[in-house]
Design a protein. Structure first.
Length: 323
């Protein structure tokens, strides 16, 4: 009997010793059992789980421009830029996530703690683009967001009229689908007007071709879009005339794309083949009609459109026939 009790006691001592050793293998910092399946602050790599320090984004460079004020940084793309390079520097190996306007572009791993993303300009919308960068190392994440502004080509939303007036196109069918509610014009970097069209002087005679203009517009959805810069350049205004050919004794109709408030005393003139002006009509409304007199000889004529400064801004060749 005594021998049996002795064996039981020895067995209990051995089991207790094994339990004590096993518990120490998983004992946490506070002396309690730690979960053997949770590995704190680690990152998976080509080797087994390795401990790593907290990851921080130490530098972001956008097309050579270093972000100095994180989360308030704005990069303004220039007109003609095709690609934007974003370089991200971290203080530890990490996975980098880049999101553009809520859409994840791709995920890349750092090489020597550096990551590069090349963004085609067509991946950005015109106006404000929100860029979000996440650096993930194990369970540690650092996040930074900044803004890239993509300007819209000037001629996409602006018409140059009469060689002295700029007008914002506020027709979604003709400007890429935008509807604007406010406008701000800039000349040589200074604000100069807040109407849909801009023209200095009563007839726009103060506009200087060397001046550089751009416009900032706000859509009905409160999106802000800035145009590329442009200057005033003489251009020929396209317009329609019909019917062409036309039989004498009928009315010739002339239509061109311009707001009636911007007619600025323009004139339509009809010239024969020898350069003799046969008729002048001041533009007051649209469409414009000219009566082709029966006395006009059959042949080719030129319809000329002139602005208020008597500068030709458009012309069309027509053929008059006599019955």
């Amino acid at each position: 009997m005594n021998k049996i009790l002795l064996k039981i006691v020895l067995s209990c001592i051995i089991i207790s010793a094994h339990l004590s050793l096993w518990s120490k293998q998983f004992e946490g910092e506070n002396g309690i059992f730690a979960n053997p399946y949770i590995i704190k602050n680690t990152i998976q790599s080509d080797t087994e789980n390795q401990e790593t320090e907290n990851v921080n984004i130490t530098e972001i460079i956008v097309n050579g421009d270093t972000i100095t004020n994180k989360n308030k940084y704005i990069y303004e793309a220039t007109c003609g830029e095709i690609e934007i390079e974003i370089k991200i520097q971290t203080d530890a190996q990490a996975s980098i996530f880049l999101t553009i306007n809520g859409i994840e572009k791709s995920t890349q791993n750092t090489v020597l703690n550096q990551t590069f993303f090349n963004i085609n300009i067509e991946e950005l919308i015109f106006g404000v683009n929100t860029i979000l960068v996440d650096a993930v190392s194990g369970i540690d994440t650092t996040q930074i967001n900044f803004t890239i502004i993509r300007p819209i080509p000037f001629d996409n939303i602006v018409k140059k009229r009469w060689n002295n007036t700029f007008t914002v196109i506020n027709n979604p069918a003709n400007n890429g689908g935008y509807e604007f509610k406010s406008y701000q014009w800039f000349r040589n970097g200074h604000a100069v007007g807040n109407n849909q069209f801009f023209s200095e002087g009563s007839n726009g005679e103060a506009l200087i071709p060397e001046d550089v203009f751009y416009v900032i517009v706000v859509t009905i959805n409160d999106d802000t879009i800035k145009s590329c810069p442009s200057s005033l350049q003489n251009e020929i205004l396209d317009f329609s005339v019909y019917p062409n050919p036309i039989n004498s004794g009928n009315f010739l109709t002339i239509v061109f794309d311009i707001e009636e408030t911007q007619l600025n005393d323009a004139t339509v003139e009809l010239y024969n083949r020898w350069g003799v002006c046969m008729q002048i009509k001041r533009v007051t409304s649209m469409p414009i009609t000219i009566f082709v007199n029966d006395e006009y000889p059959e042949g080719a004529y030129i319809v000329v459109l002139k602005d208020s400064n008597n500068i030709m801004i458009g012309n069309k060749l027509i053929l008059i026939l006599n019955d």
